[in-house]
Design a protein around this ligand. Structure first.
Ligand code: SF4
Length: 315
């Protein structure tokens, strides 16, 4: 049997709402080449997802440009300036192709401009680090029948104390509270899986970016940008990975019986989960026994998120 390839993000969706996960990863559809596929995504992505993707692309561009220079020594100011220029060009490029999102992208441009300057000049900022891996895919095989693919945003090593840190960038309206950081499992899973693969990893860090830009006052970098180190105990890492493996097995069971998947999955069905759910209209129509085939065809397309079985790249 082919291994189940299930990421942290897929587990996260399953835990939020089994039915939403089914729509995104299990509902039969046809892809753009006319081939059978499973899982849907909205044709129009939300502003939040669009901003997050655009922000991540800019940071990926920035750190990929810095990475080879940072291994050799502290990059020069010219190299930092080039990296910033390339990164901001991804945002202006997005403006050209998405004029309807101009205001949001202008705001993102302001935020990223401030971000690059702030972390260049901070005493523990980007001059102090070697950037080892940017959006590099890793894959842990568990018990021979599960693959856990993951792609950390950044892995960096402190130039002076040698500590290796896994970083996740987050674009948020409100920065996480300490308790929100304390409960989230993503980085604990990444650190545990990297260690299982034989990599030496010391710490993890949330790189928090507040995307709110006010028209009435300048962007306040000191208040809006934070890098928060995580206190990852051995127990937290073990528990986070055990829970990932347990949920993956539940998902793999559904995937092995697609004919009963749609009937068996439950709805979370509460305002917290549902008000921002891309599948709300479809879920309500299904609940009322209505035909959703037209909606599925015109409002959604085959899900493009996932990890390729053969080529092992995120698509
Ligand atoms: S609308 Fe609510 S119950 Fe339905 S799939 Fe979305 S989150 Fe789940």
């Amino acid at each position: 049997m082919a291994p189940s390839i299930i990421s942290h993000s897929e587990v996260d969706q399953f835990l939020a709402c089994e039915r939403r996960h089914y729509y995104a990863f299990g509902k039969p559809t046809i892809d753009e080449d006319g081939n059978p596929a499973t899982g849907l995504e909205p044709k129009n992505v939300s502003d939040g997802l669009f901003r997050g993707n655009a922000g991540h692309l800019a940071l990926e561009t920035y750190y990929k440009h810095l990475a080879p220079h940072s291994i050799k020594g502290v990059p020069s100011d010219e190299v930092f300036a080039e990296a910033k220029k390339l990164a901001l060009a991804t945002v202006t490029g997005a403006m050209a192709t998405n004029p309807e999102r101009m205001d949001m992208l202008l705001g993102l441009h302001v935020v990223l401009n401030a971000y690059f300057d702030y972390w260049l000049n901070d005493s523990n900022g980007d001059r102090n680090w070697q950037f080892l891996a940017v959006e590099t895919e890793f894959r842990e095989v568990i018990d021979g029948d599960i693959e856990f693919p993951f792609k950390p945003d950044l892995i960096k090593r402190h130039r002076y104390n040698g500590r290796v840190v896994v970083v996740d960038h987050k674009f948020l309206a409100n920065l996480y509270t300490p308790q929100e950081i304390a409960i989230q499992p993503q980085l604990a899973k990444y650190v545990g899986a990297l260690r299982n693969l034989g990599y030496e990893v010391d710490d993890a860090e949330y790189d928090l970016v507040c995307h709110r830009v006010l028209k009435t006052k300048p962007y306040d970098s000191a208040q809006s940008l934070r890098r928060i180190p995580l206190k990852l105990t051995k127990k937290r890492i073990e528990t986070s990975l055990e829970e990932q493996h347990s949920v993956v097995r539940s998902i793999a069971l559904f995937k092995s019986e697609p004919e009963i998947w749609a009937q068996e999955v439950r709805r979370a069905a509460n305002s917290y989960n549902c008000k921002h759910c891309s599948f709300l209209n479809m879920c309500v129509a299904d609940l009322n026994g209505e035909d959703t085939s037209v909606m599925a065809r015109y409002e959604f397309r085959a899900n493009t998120y996932g990890y390729d079985k053969k080529n092992e790249v995120e698509v």
